[in-house]
Design a protein around this ligand. Sequence first.
Ligand SMILES: [Zn+2]
Length: 227
Amino acid sequence: MTFSAREVKNEELRLRYVELLQRPDVYPTRANWSYISESRMRGLCALLYGKYLAALTIDDNDREELHDVAVEEFPKYLAGVGIDEAVEAIYGDIETNTAAAKSLIRDCGLFDAHRLETLLEAGRTRFVLDLIDVYRREYDEDQLADMKSLASTLDNMPELGHIEERHGLWSRQRRFICPEGHNNTADNVFCNQCGLDIYGKTEADYSRIELLKKRIEALESLIDSRF
Ligand SMILES: [Zn+2]
């Protein structure tokens, strides 16, 4: 294996970027962002995501232009970076700013059935259900298998709420206690306060899960028609 002088030079620069980006006070300039995107520099996504998340929280007093540049440029960069690197970076930190992570996954086509299934099993039900209808930038056979597995996990979720028997002095009542703890009559499938059913799904979630199943069918049909 040989490397050209140009490749070595680029790698030197990339390592320099890694070093600089690890410093909390350093933010890329607009020219840096363009260069990183245009030269398809790998291995920076998680660090740049960190800059984006930090920039979002800086208040007006300490805010500098480079913070706004980071907020503006990161989503553009993310939309162009390789999907594996992008998925690893964003799903690697959904805790710091869950709403931001959700938006990036949606806007940059970072649906990843395997990661979502792992999160579902870890109890991040709402995060996953809100992203079920997102498209992925590109699909393959592995993704199809992961999507099928996710769909099956979604159909077999454990009960998070429960049905309670209440024995009154003169009556016996069945109540549906939703996953948020709201108290409903037992004939309410969806909670009248938060809309969740016993599994923590809303009516809209069921529609989105159906969309996922249609997407699985479409992808299967595409894969079949190739042979
Ligand atoms: Zn409720």
